[in-house]
Design a protein around this ligand. Structure first.
Ligand code: PHE
Length: 340
């Protein structure tokens, strides 16, 4: 019986075939069962020896079937891999044939790089909606109605005057506090919208990368450590930095972290408005009212937040002298980044 089974097994290729074979030999109405059933009329002695032997065979068959299942599964996986492989040399083939290969947008490139830096420091990456309500964009961030700080951010309102296009990624701070229990740390990159007059350093749609860390005994020293780490990882060289007081209702104290304009080397140009410095990284210690609005126990926890200006960073990084290039859709601009 065993050798007959083995011959049959070696002919099996697919799982359904294997299951049929299993039924034929060790199923309820299978060959092994019928041998065991036939022992009904046998002598005690026969029943003992034949029964034991048949059971050994049954176990051997089951074991062989299990092994075959594993083998078939491996083959299935290999077949899938064979079918779904990707040709990573495809870009070269496209180029050799003078075709137009795709590339990443510089904002995407820089955003991913920064995400990696923060992931390596244990931060989570969060997202949030572009269309927001007043609460998440203003109120929860300690910017009540009629507060002059609302004028700092010219807002695109919806007709209902309750919804708006988020003016900053600080909305992600609020959403992060709502969904997380301290301690936590996360960054949230994304597009933001302001009804601004456009010039070399202002766009109506631009990008920020928000960051927040909440825990016990967080200090300005922690904030400065992470900001320094971020800048040194991005620029990989010494750059001139200055920290000055900055006002944002959601932080206290608040800072403006500027870097020396890399486009004009601090001499003054249209990007830095002739001052030689670029406001890159506003930040500060999170205001207790903001933590409270986010449901955080302020007797136990505090934190910091920052809002990196991604477009300006991209501009400094790749020496782009006008922010309007970023959304221009001009292929002559985008194609320069293919090699990165
Ligand atoms: N949300 C602020 C802005 O867009 C930047 C900021 C974020 C400042 C976090 C401090 C802390 O202008």
């Amino acid at each position: 019986l065993m050798s007959e089974f083995q011959t049959a097994l070696s002919a099996v290729i697919t799982k359904p075939e294997l299951f049929d074979l299993k039924a034929e030999y060790v199923g309820k109405k299978g060959k092994v069962s019928s041998i065991l059933k036939s022992l009904k009329d046998a002598t005690n002695e026969e029943r003992k020896t034949v029964g034991a032997k048949t059971n050994t065979i049954k176990e051997a068959i089951l074991k062989a079937i299990d092994e075959k299942v594993a083998l078939i599964e491996i083959e299935e996986i290999n077949a899938k891999l064979e079918k779904n492989w990707q040709d990573i040399t495809l870009n070269d083939i496209i180029k050799e044939n003078g075709l137009n290969a795709a590339g990443y947008h510089p904002v995407t490139l820089v955003q991913r790089e920064i995400e990696d830096i923060f992931i390596s420091m244990g931060f989570e990456i969060l997202d949030g909606p572009h269309i927001e309500d007043e609460f998440h964009n203003f109120e929860a961030l300690n910017i009540p109605k009629n507060h002059p700080a609302r004028d700092m951010q010219d807002t695109f309102w919806f007709k209902d005057m309750e919804h708006l296009l988020r003016t900053h990624t600080s909305t992600i701070q609020v959403r992060g506090m709502e969904s997380h229990k301290p301690p936590f740390k996360f960054v949230g990159p994304g597009k933001v919208f302001r009804c601004e007059t456009m010039d070399a350093s202002h766009e109506m749609v631009f990008h920020q990368l928000e960051g927040m860390m909440v825990g016990e005994n967080i200090s300005t020293a922690n904030l400065i450590f992470f900001m320094k780490k971020l800048l040194s990882e991005i620029f990989k060289s010494d750059i001139n930095v200055r920290l000055r007081p900055g006002f944002f209702p959601f932080v206290e104290p608040g800072f403006e972290l500027d870097i020396e304009c890399l486009i004009c080397k601090g001499k003054g140009c249209s990007v830095c408005k002739q001052v030689g410095w670029v406001e890159l990284l506003p930040c500060g210690m999170t205001h207790p009212k903001v933590l409270e609005a986010g449901g955080i126990d302020t007797t136990k926890y505090n934190g910091f937040a920052f809002g990196l200006g991604l477009d300006r960073l991209v501009m400094m990084r790749y020496m782009i002298d006008d922010i309007r290039h970023i959304h221009s859709g001009d292929l002559r601009f985008s194609e320069q980044f293919k090699e990165y």
